[in-house]
Design a protein. Structure first.
Length: 796
């Protein structure tokens, strides 16, 4: 007779446990970087360039030095004397820490001041006199490669133009043949605009160098503390064991807090020079103008079609605008991230992708904003192309998707771009979504409404997303292989602490990692503490971005718990006085196979590990596991949106949003739902209202929350979520797939496709995001495509 614990009651897999971290967050008891105050701490502010491209003729800091309370004024020239004016980026480029020769984007860091308080530091920044000689400005790839374009990166030897890379994947000749056989070729040109992750908390750091111990401690807003430690060791030439990076609570990251920013480096140097803690907290406009943009890719895509709807091949050319420095944090093998995951859900025989990266006079971009390295762009392009192809063929968009999906029995499936997708039930998810939205009824309503002059539309987005980089064979950042680790210590009372090298920024790791341990060991989740973010205590990890935590760190947690269970089994055999082979496991308890009522709990084994271990056994119940995933995880999602567009104003209202997400086994269904709702909210905002672009002079338009709108509960539509399709990941120890970013990745196309469907009779093929009312109105009124690409008129 089983005496196993009830997994849901103890907070194991599948329990919608309330997030333990919320206890402190909703009481205002979080501990963010800006909350930390150290004795003798000084404050740093950054002077940023007002111009997008200009030669620096002179910098005069004398007035700033004279202001009482100023301790240090740093310029690029001073940084250069310590070989710190430039730093390596995560994509093998260099980036100016403080400008020496030129400024290359509006908002670039030119100087910084350290003072007794931030106000004095800010005033002193304004007292720095910089003389600029303006240069011609580039704000898009077309300008970047035009004849006679100024070379933005003239600091680099052998850089005679503005091209960073050419990259290709797939089979060019095979694709050519597929296109030659096609009955129809569907073409789509569009731009995925720059967007900004815009976390509530901006970036910041407090560097504290202690000359007596030679130890540098940095409290900072980073999603990847161990990577930052390695970068600081390399840039500042400090020994790694003397660097401690502590990432306290983070007020949202979304990729914005992965890169190494000049502010971090300057605060570190300032602390070393002054031997006092130096705090830098970025302000909101600094964050919006200069740190961590995402997207900004142009697509020229074609789909080769057979008249019955079969896709014969795809061809995509992408132009990526990286801004002034190529600083993407992404696996080094792939210059344009995982853009080649496009069409992974579809059974496409052949394809070819070319990509070109260019510099521009914009802040460095390429942040994987809630995205697995350019997957958002890949899925957006894919789903816009799919809808256009269905429309060009005159086919139903749902049926067109279904007939081209990879079938359930076809897994594992090798995509034409080299990925191995391993599981999914795509058609079933689509059916659930279509049923939920009342697809056929809606199509009828749409026709009926059209006769009365009303414009309804339905948009579908279906995608599988590669989450959980590595494996280490293919994935590395700056040569550091992408795996993760977890450490588990079970105390003698049977309570436990688990630590990983991931770093939660609101995703709820403190809750869900405990649930994994609970599932593996039967220790109640409330008896398990989770700790992340301190490189002196956490085991090595590549950090949290690209929804890789559950696929990699979460798997390491399961694996280390299994190591603990293996040792506990030996302890149980000893306590029960039987051989290990005679011991069986059920949740929370080992028992004798032939006498199930004779058993010991995991807690009894824990006490024995410290007080009554068998002869020869190493005491204690602790272990570490390193996890190198055999493959990415491949969640699948269907997002369906219905809208009504007002032809008089171009305003569009969302009528219904249905989401069907298959992320394998759900550790915490409530947290998963929260992740999906958050992602859909961001998707809606990007599609509808977030406008951040540049005028011809490189001024950042939308660098404030009057233009770059964050949706509140008021604007955000309701979402209907479905969880009935569960395809466990075949290689993940608990069958989980990532979920954190799926809805943000797949969602935008559903909203845009819905609006485009509502106006599909006008011949308009594309309106670039955001689909602001004036753009929709202009497209409808004049029957023309609307490009949102910069430069915009400054008065727009
Ligand atoms: O890397 P990141 O934490 O941003 O993304 P994730 O691994 O997809 O996880 C986001 C949150 O959802 C975490 O708290 C996960 O543990 C949870 N999750 C879950 O409960 N079940 C899944 N199958 C996937 C994630």
């Amino acid at each position: 007779m089983t005496q196993a614990l009830d997994e849901i009651k103890i907070g194991g897999l599948g329990a919608s446990r309330k997030r333990v971290e919320d206890n402190r967050f909703i009481r205002g008891k979080g501990n963010y970087t800006d909350d930390i105050v150290l004795p003798g701490m000084l404050h740093m502010e950054i002077l940023r360039s007002p111009l997008a491209h200009a030669r620096i003729k002179s910098i005069d800091t004398s007035r700033a030095w004279q202001i009482p309370g100023v301790h240090l004024v740093l310029t690029g020239e001073m940084m250069a004397t310590r070989n710190l004016a430039w730093m390596p980026t995560l994509s093998y480029d260099t980036q100016a820490v403080l400008a020496t020769d030129k400024v290359r984007f509006q908002g670039q860091e030119v100087a910084c001041v350290v003072a007794d308080d931030p106000y004095i530091a800010k005033d002193a920044c304004e007292a720095i006199d910089v003389e600029y000689e303006p240069l011609p400005v580039i704000v898009n790839p077309e300008q970047a490669v035009a004849d006679g374009a100024p070379v933005i990166r003239d600091d680099k030897e052998n850089q005679a133009d503005n091209v960073i890379y050419h990259w290709e994947v797939g089979d060019a000749e095979g694709t050519e043949r597929a296109f030659a056989r096609a009955d129809k070729i569907s073409r789509m040109k569009l731009h995925y605009p720059r967007s900004h992750p815009s976390p509530i908390e901006c970036c910041g750091s407090i560097a504290d160098f202690n000359r007596a111990t030679s130890k540098l401690t940095v409290y900072m807003t980073t999603q990847a503390p161990h990577i930052i430690r390695a970068a600081v060791a390399l840039v500042a030439e400090l020994p790694e064991h003397m660097i401690r990076i502590i990432s306290p609570d983070i007020g949202g990251g979304f990729g914005n807090k992965v890169p190494v920013y000049p502010g971090y480096v300057c605060s570190i140097l300032a602390s070393i020079l002054l031997e006092r803690p130096v705090k830098w907290i970025e302000d909101k406009s600094g964050n919006l103008i200069s740190t961590g943009f995402a997207r900004d890719i142009y697509l020229d895509g074609e789909v080769a079609l057979r008249s019955d709807g079969k896709i014969l091949g795809v061809r995509m050319h992408c132009d990526a605008d990286h801004g002034a420095f190529f600083s993407d944090a992404q696996p080094s093998k792939f210059k344009i991230g995982l853009l080649h995951s496009a069409f992974a859900a579809y059974d496409i025989p052949v394809g070819h992708i070319t990509a070109r990266g260019t510099y521009s006079n914009k802040a460095p971009g390429g942040v994987a904003y809630r995205c697995s390295f350019r997957v958002t762009e890949a899925m957006f392009f894919q789903e816009r192309m799919i809808q256009a192809a269905a429309h060009d063929l005159g086919m139903d968009q749902a049926e067109f998707r279904r007939m081209n999906f990879v079938r359930d029995e076809a897994f594992p499936h090798r995509t034409p771009f080299g990925f191995l997708t391993d599981s999914g039930q795509y058609a079933k998810c689509l059916d659930v979504g279509l049923r939920a939205v009342g697809y056929q009824d809606f199509l009828r309503q749409k026709e009926a409404a059209r006769t009365k002059g009303r414009r309804l539309g339905i948009g579908i987005s279906t995608m599988t997303e590669p989450l959980g980089a590595g494996n280490s064979r293919e994935y590395d950042i700056l040569g550091i292989k992408m795996f993760d680790s977890a450490e588990l210590k079970v105390h003698l009372t049977g309570k436990a602490i688990v630590r990983t090298g991931a770093r939660t920024q609101g995703q709820g790791h403190e809750t869900t990692w405990a649930q994994i341990v609970s599932h593996e060991l039967g220790i109640p989740a409330e008896d398990i503490t989770v700790e992340e973010g301190d490189t002196d205590t956490a085991p090595f990890g590549m950090g949290t971005y690209a929804s890789r935590s559950t696929p990699v760190a979460g798997a390491a947690v399961a694996m280390v718990a299994r190591k603990i269970r293996a040792k506990a089994r030996k302890l149980a055999a000893h306590l029960l006085e039987v051989s290990e082979e005679d011991v069986e496991w059920e949740l929370g308890r080992f028992y004798v196979r032939s006498a199930p009522s004779r058993g010991v709990t995991i807690q009894e084994c824990a006490i024995a590990a410290y007080s009554n271990m068998p002869d020869g056994m190493e005491p204690g119940l602790e272990n570490t596991a390193f996890y190198d995933p055999p493959n990415l995880t491949w969640p699948f999602a269907v997002y369906i949106v219905t809208v009504e567009v007002d032809p008089e104003t171009g305003v569009w209202d969302v009528l219904n949003t249905v989401a069907v997400d298959d992320c394998g086994v759900r550790i915490n269904p409530m947290i998963v739902e929260g992740q999906i709702m958050g992602g859909l909210t961001e998707a809606y905002a990007i599609a509808n209202m977030q406008f951040i672009t540049f005028d011809a002079e490189g001024n950042c338009v939308g660098s404030n929350y009057m233009d770059y709108l964050l949706p509140t509960a008021w604007e955000t539509p309701g979402f209907e979520l479905h969880s009935e399709v569960v395809t466990p990941c075949p290689h993940h120890p608990i069958g989980a797939k990532g979920i954190g970013e799926c809805a943000a990745v797949g969602g935008p196309a559903a909203f845009v496709n819905a609006v485009m469907d509502a106006i599909s009779d006008t011949g308009v093929r594309n309106i670039d995001m955001p689909l602001l009312p004036d753009r929709v109105w202009e497209a409808l009124t004049y029957g023309r495509d609307i490009s949102g690409a910069p430069p915009v008129r400054s008065d727009d």
